[in-house]
Design a protein. Structure first.
Length: 313
């Protein structure tokens, strides 16, 4: 099976972004981490005239259970990049930072603060949310990922087997969408299995919108394409929607408010400037599942979700 992590961008590509990212909540519920390995228009050396426009970047954000998130971003020249080709097993390396199919490591020194990690992860489920060819895609190679290893932030050491649960994602595009809303939630079941829900909405040409949700539950994947939003509020980071398939219906409430709400500028691929993306990797999610036979289930997590939004519509 073709890996969902295989690189699409060639080093000579002048306009494109591609990112491999991880979000995981710690097993001790003390917080969550967001890690991101990013390429931005490498064929033109990134966007040198735009702050934060380096062609190769590694991001790390710590979302403490209480308190404001802390972000560390380090940029690298294109000469520091080594990466796999389109038909090869993933590896991307810049300095001491590297991501592969089932693991990653990193070491950043930003504003006098050091953060480093050495992680492995495994999963039972991966999916493609959206695939529009050269225009762009959104894939989740590891949707119910279990992380193990160690991460150091200053004098603090986070380690364990497991260290936490979450996802590893991969997205790419000729440009960023003018608006999108995306969420992913993990629910740890009594038998040790992990259920996940991932949903994505973004603008398309001619006033249309892409809408899709995928529920991984009890070893079964359910794909919902009839997604109806009743609330999308960026100010309060609230997203409420329902979706149906032949197997049943889900009603979903995602709450991304609170001290973990974070805003970061993303660089446009045409190098014309930046736009703000809002992310809360300590969001809460409640799901009600109504099966066609009338049975119902509820899945809930207080901080095991990520909710991301940009744009007004």
């Amino acid at each position: 099976m073709k890996s969902l992590n295989q690189a699409f961008t060639r080093i000579g590509t002048r306009r494109r972004y591609e990112a491999w990212f991880l979000r995981f909540g710690l097993a001790d519920v003390s917080g969550a981490f967001w890690l991101r390995y990013l390429l931005t228009s490498p064929g033109r050396g990134g966007c040198s005239a735009v702050p934060g426009g380096g062609p190769v970047q590694v991001w790390a954000t710590w979302f403490p259970r209480e308190g404001a998130p802390e972000t560390y971003i380090q940029e690298f020249p294109i000469s520091a990049l080594r990466m796999s080709g389109r038909r090869e097993t993933l590896f991307l390396e810049a300095g001491p930072n590297r991501i592969e199919e089932n693991g990653c490591r990193g070491s950043l020194d930003v504003r006098g603060q050091r953060i480093s990690w050495d992680l492995k992860y495994s999963s039972h489920f991966g999916t493609t949310l959206s695939n529009k060819g050269w225009i762009g895609f959104s894939r989740t190679p590891h949707s119910d990922a279990v992380f193990r290893g160690e991460l150091r932030l200053g004098d603090r050491v986070f380690g364990g087997d497991p260290l936490g649960i979450g996802l590893q994602g991969h997205n790419c595009g000729f440009r960023h969408r003018h608006f999108w809303t995306w969420m992913h939630a993990c629910f740890l079941q009594a038998d040790g299995r992990i259920s996940t829900l991932e949903a994505l909405v973004y603008e398309m040409p001619f006033g249309l919108a892409f809408r899709k949700a995928v529920l991984w539950h009890q070893g079964r994947a359910l794909v919902f394409r009839r997604l109806r939003e009743s609330q999308r509020d960026r100010a309060s980071m609230s997203w409420i929607f329902a979706a149906e398939t032949a197997a049943g219906r889900i009603d979903v409430e995602v709450d991304g408010s609170g001290s973990s709400l974070h805003r970061l500028p993303y660089v446009k691929t045409d190098c014309s400037g930046t736009f703000d993306v809002f992310n809360n990797s300590q969001a809460g999610t409640r799901i009600r599942i109504e099966w066609r036979d009338g049975a119902t289930e509820r899945l809930e997590t207080d901080a095991g979700s990520v909710l991301e939004m940009t744009g007004d519509d």
